[in-house]
Design a protein. Structure first.
Length: 196
């Protein structure tokens, strides 16, 4: 640890979170690769999608119970809200008490996306990103967070929007039907799950 890190605990914490982000990406890829090797590409990816639905459900239930989601900093290199960069999500720009508007939020330098690209595994890696729609639907089945851009599929950043769910999406999510893949068209295309 250099002298700056000794006097800058936030910088050190960000580095540690990034190490955990790399490990999270690697474990996702390891399980995904084994599933594809064992079940074949199509069935393996479908199994990963079902696992991500379950993972998102678990995260969403914890969020609904008041538990923190990902760390407030470090998973991305930049968090931007209304064009203004910030480090700690608890201190994002905007008015006090203002509801968080995902359409005004974007992230750049996703640690997971970097690992997926370094490993040459964008198609398997971006399946992880389904967690966003899944956790949002677990918190509120009437709405979903989807990508308007996704670094995991090769876009230069991640952008989001919140939109209403359909009855079919809610039913598919509840039953873990792989038809739910269409909940986020950017991820369906990026993962190759849109190919029939």
């Amino acid at each position: 640890m250099d002298e700056k890190e000794k006097t800058d605990p936030l910088n050190d914490a960000i580095k540690q979170v990034r190490v955990m982000g790399v490990r999270l990406a690697l474990i996702h890829l390891a399980f995904s690769r084994v599933l594809v090797e064992t079940l074949g590409e199509r069935k393996g990816k479908e199994a990963v999608l079902k696992a991500m639905m379950e993972y998102g459900r678990m995260v969403g239930e914890r969020n609904r119970a008041g538990q923190q989601d990902l760390p407030f900093y470090g998973i991305q290199e930049k968090c931007i809200y209304d064009g203004e960069e910030f480090v700690d999500k608890r201190q994002r720009p905007g008015g006090a008490g203002e509801a968080f508007d995902f359409s005004r939020y974007r992230v750049e330098g996703c640690i997971l996306a970097k690992v997926f690209e370094e490993c040459g595994e964008k198609e398997l890696g971006c399946l992880y990103c389904y967690v966003d729609a899944a956790k949002s639907m677990a918190c509120d089945p009437a709405r979903k967070i989807v990508h308007t851009a996704c670094e995991g599929v090769g876009d230069g950043y991640c952008g989001f929007k919140v939109v209403p769910t359909t009855e079919k999406e809610r039913k598919d999510f509840e039953s873990r039907d792989i038809a739910w893949k269409e909940v986020d068209s950017i991820l369906a295309k990026g993962s190759g799950l849109d190919r029939d």
